[in-house]
Design a protein around this ligand. Structure first.
Ligand code: ATP
Ligand code: MG
Ligand code: MG
Length: 377
């Protein structure tokens, strides 16, 4: 029988999961999202909405009562509350997996214990721990909030002694970790999936270009040697084997200046660097996520066309109502998320620039350069 799917979070990721779910009526009869913003992106494409905060316990119980299966687009959900409603609905990725991943210190400790490479890191309880950590790691180093961080907002780079106090004060009472600063050649990621029966599939390695800690472009495939993409794939496979969660996981990695591949962080959800799969790949990450949590055979992950994904971000100087981007070109697939208000660097949409047969990444990069001005909102 077709199931009712509950999603915690109805932003752009919930929206694209909803769109994929609507194409699977034999498995999913209805989609309900929990989101605090009235008329959230997912509700605009046919999801029912419970309007409440992500951490509202009663709303989560309500969602669990109405759903057969629950997933999420944000990693900041309360894993204990989710655990308490597991008798009402199946939750994937599981609350146990979420609990590990949503805390960067627990996540890195878990990876280290399983011999998966991560930057050197230390738990921070007070400012003396920071000073001791810096003696060990040297400058610069990255002080990070353990939880609830995104788009680099939970990071503070410590370049010298003078930064120690401002960095520590910046986080006011939050739980922290300190990381050695990694000198990297490139940031890359693997979109990996594991279904409830343990089948694992990974998508080819992609290259991520960030601007002020926010993802700006994803280039598929990554411009690295076969040796590096193999290393990254092996790390992703191993991670999925030990993690045991079902669903899509976005595994962000660094390729270091010594050509080592190490994990930066894992997102227990569909990931911005997987948006290219909507047009470039045999199966989109959103359909794959649903196949994984429904226990269906996973779809093919082959990259069919070289593709660049470009994020449309709110202008740095503007907040308020804006005109959604309109841009039409051959092989350009624009997706606006239906957000009413623009804020500086807010993710408002993306487009995929899909290569024709035989079209190289260099040609796509050139094409993108001619479009960037027109892609400003
Ligand atoms: P996201 O939006 O991807 O969830 P986040 O806020 O959780 O991001 P991170 O992914 O930890 O933050 O870091 C953001 C960016 O900061 C990374 O993509 C990378 O460019 C840089 N960065 C993070 N940690 C390190 C490190 N140890 N060494 C060097 N650069 C780092
Ligand atoms: Mg993160
Ligand atoms: Mg990140």
């Amino acid at each position: 029988m077709a199931k009712v799917l509950g999603i915690i979070g109805g932003g752009q990721l919930g929206m694209m999961i909803t769109e994929a779910a609507k194409k699977m009526p034999e498995y999913i009869s209805k989609i309900i999202v929990l989101d605090p913003t009235k008329n959230c992106p997912a509700s605009q494409v046919g999801a029912e909405q419970i309007i409440a905060d992500f951490k509202d316990k009663n709303a989560i119980i309500d969602l669990a009562n109405k759903s057969d299966i629950i997933t999420y687009e944000i990693e900041s959900g309360d894993s204990d509350v989710l655990k308490s409603v597991e008798n009402k609905a199946e939750i994937n990725p599981s609350p146990e997996t979420l609990k590990i991943i949503q805390d960067k210190f627990l996540q890195k400790s878990f990876l280290l214990k399983n011999n998966i490479p991560v930057p050197d890191f230390l738990e921070i309880k007070n400012i003396d721990d920071v000073k001791a950590g810096l003696k060990k790691f040297g400058f610069p180093a990255m002080l990070k909030a353990r939880r609830d961080a995104y788009d680099g907002r939970g990071n503070y780079k410590i370049n010298s002694e003078e930064d120690i106090e401002p960095a520590y004060d910046y986080f006011k009472g939050q739980s922290l970790l300190l990381e050695k600063f990694v000198s990297f050649k490139m940031e890359v990621s693997v979109i990996a999936s594991r279904n409830t029966k343990g089948q694992i599939k990974t998508y080819p390695l992609v290259e991520n270009i960030h601007e002020t800690s926010i993802l700006r472009e994803t280039i598929a495939p990554a411009r690295v040697s076969e040796n590096i993409s193999k290393k990254a794939e092996q790390i992703a496979e191993k991670t999925m084997t030990v993690l045991k969660g079902a669903g899509i996981f976005g595994i962000e990695m660094f390729v270091t200046t010594n050509d080592d591949v190490i994990i930066n962080e894992i997102a227990p959800r569909v990931h911005n660097s997987g948006h290219h799969t909507l047009q470039s790949s045999e199966t989109s990450q959103f359909e794959q996520h649903l196949r994984a949590i429904l226990g269906l055979e996973l779809g093919g992950t082959k990259l069919l066309y070289n593709t660049i994904m470009y994020n449309i971000l709110g202008s740095k100087e503007f907040q308020g109502e804006y005109k959604p981007l309109e841009i039409s070109e051959d092989n350009l697939f624009l997706k606006m998320y239906g957000k009413k208000i623009s804020k500086p660097l807010r993710k408002l949409g993306h487009f995929n620039l899909v290569g024709r047969k035989g079209e190289s990444i260099d040609e796509l990069i050139k094409k993108l350069e001619t479009l960037k001005d027109r892609a400003a909102v």
